[in-house]
Design a protein around this ligand. Structure first.
Ligand code: PLP
Length: 497
């Protein structure tokens, strides 16, 4: 299987695509052709463990990795760091939907599913291409990705991970999660500025030849762990196969039955992985793209116009979906226009210059044949958490609630009776204050910090508070670095001395 750039550059192997991250023409790497799983093969996944399913799927998407390499990577990624043996278990939400829980990993959110595996894929890709330098991962985070990257790269030989977060710009729990990270290859630095400052600073470091030369002198090479890397996308294809296999095993569907997936969406990586699973033969019905008030994707799917020229940015209680430019959408565009790199390059240029583009009728038709979309506001999110807790006794976080509310609405409007899966992307305890407020009211959270909210949530719902949260207040703080926003490069260099 070869990988193409969405903007037309020459094809490369999957390992090269993973090593590079971004294609040299600025495009994203996508499979030139998709592997094809037969119904028989998919049926055979039902009795398998998650790790076995992962091997089965990844072998076909990553043919230039050996079976032994993939086995090692999968065992390292989906082992003791997960608190569920099933890794990505399915739960029932009343009798109307299933929830695919992707938050049983070390940081309690779905980014672990990819970031636990990526370091292995990245270092193995490096070895295949004669890269002997230490891979130095640089991340700017608004909260969640930073901790997931730190945990993923923690003590992985041949790697080092440095995370910048905005000083005062992340929640108390998010900050503690990061600054208590162990390992001998992790660095966490607060930037005096906001998230944009941190991100701008990281981008500047990436494009600074002097910095690259200094790193090279130290035997290091810079790399990124952000969600445009194919190595973050491909692990996500696995859990859609796994969800289907679980539904088969439980007798909820027969082989060949279609399943709808409703996905709380930000950068469009998670939902695109479901699309890719469908292209590889999984009987995927409709993909329902769920957004919060930052609903640029809802409008795009309903009208074909992607327009951020007249759009406010909202800070919501589902912050991991607060996004205006969904970078992985470029991969979908490439597919919709029949792998026409020039056309995608033109649309991306329009987005840069005019802050909008409109796809043609042919692309819109193909888009709407597969996708549906909806969004929900802040009150709607809280109401959904309350309702699913009251009616179905299922406790969900704010992001999952976006998908749940949008799916409920979709079913009501369309009457679609296809079995549906809500993709559940974070533990309710990761956003404990918002979840507590949703089920117990505004008064209940007044004057409480994140930990007190989680303790009360635990008491009220008799659900289990994850250890990762419970032990946080007493953990040793290991990273205290702070830097000015224009001194980030120096901060990195002195941190690794
Ligand atoms: C990142 C994230 C999302 C959005 O996923 P994308 O792949 O960016 O669309 C949704 N929920 C949670 C909890 C996340 O961390």
């Amino acid at each position: 299987m070869q990988m193409l750039s969405t903007r037309g550059a020459a094809a490369v192997t999957p390992s090269m695509a993973i090593l590079r991250g971004l294609a040299p023409d600025g495009g994203l790497y996508v499979p030139a052709a998709f592997p094809r799983f037969t119904f028989e093969e998919i049926k055979a996944l039902a009795p398998m463990s998650y790790q076995e399913r992962a091997l089965f799927v990844l072998e076909r998407f990553l043919p230039d990795f050996t079976r032994e390499e993939l086995k090692e990577a999968i065992a390292g990624a989906y082992g003791t760091g997960f608190d569920a043996e099933a890794v990505a278990p399915m739960a029932k939400v009343g009798s109307w939907a299933h929830a695919l829980e992707l938050w049983h990993g070390p940081t309690l959110a779905f980014k672990d599913m990819a970031l636990q595996l990526l370091p292995y894929l990245l270092t193995m890709s490096g070895r295949k291409h004669g890269e002997e330098r230490e891979v130095f991962i640089l991340v700017a985070t608004s909260g969640d990705t930073g901790k997931a990257a730190l945990e993923g790269f923690l003590d992985v030989p041949g790697t080092r991970c440095c995370v910048f977060y905005p000083d005062g710009g992340v929640s108390q729990a998010q900050r503690l999660q990061m600054v208590t990270t162990g390992g001998s290859n992790t660095h966490v630095i607060a930037v005096k500025g906001n998230f944009d400052d941190a991100q701008t600073g990281v981008k500047k470091i990436f494009s600074d030849p002097d910095f690259a030369a200094e790193m090279n002198k130290q035997g290091r090479v810079l790399s990124s762990a952000n969600s445009i890397n194919f190595g973050r996308l491909v692990p996500q294809v696995v859990y859609y196969f796994s969800a289907y296999a679980d539904l088969l095993a439980e007798g909820a569907i027969e082989m060949g039955d279609k399943v709808n997936f409703c996905v709380p969406t930000g950068n469009f990586g998670d939902i695109l992985a479901a699309d890719y699973a469908g292209k590889a033969g999984l009987p995927v019905g409709r993909l329902i793209c769920a957004s919060n008030e930052n609903n640029v994707l809802t409008d795009f799917i309903n009208t074909g116009a992607y327009d951020i020229s007249v759009r406010d940015f909202f800070k919501t209680i589902s912050p991991s979906m607060d996004i205006l430019i969904s970078s992985n959408l470029e991969r979908l565009l490439f597919d919709l226009c029949g792998n026409d790199g020039a056309k995608v390059a033109d649309l991306m240029a329009q987005l840069k210059e005019k802050r909008m583009y409109q796809v043609d009728d042919d692309m819109l038709g193909k888009l709407q044949a597969k996708y549906a979309a909806g969004y929900v506001n802040e009150d709607g999110i809280r109401a959904e958490i309350q309702r699913t807790w009251q009616e179905d006794h299922y406790l969900m976080d704010t992001h999952t609630a976006v998908a749940s509310a949008v799916l409920r609405d979709y079913i009501e409007k369309t009457g679609d009776k296809t079995p549906s899966v809500i993709v559940s992307t974070a533990s309710p305890y990761k956003f404990g204050a918002s979840v507590l407020e949703a089920i117990a009211g505004e008064e209940a959270v007044k004057g409480k910090d994140d930990f007190a909210c989680c303790a009360m949530l635990c008491e009220l719902t008799a659900t289990r508070e994850p250890d990762q949260i419970a032990k946080l207040p007493t953990m040793e703080i290991r990273h205290t670095g702070v830097c000015e926003k224009d001194a980030m490069a120096e901060a990195v260099l002195s941190a690794v001395k």
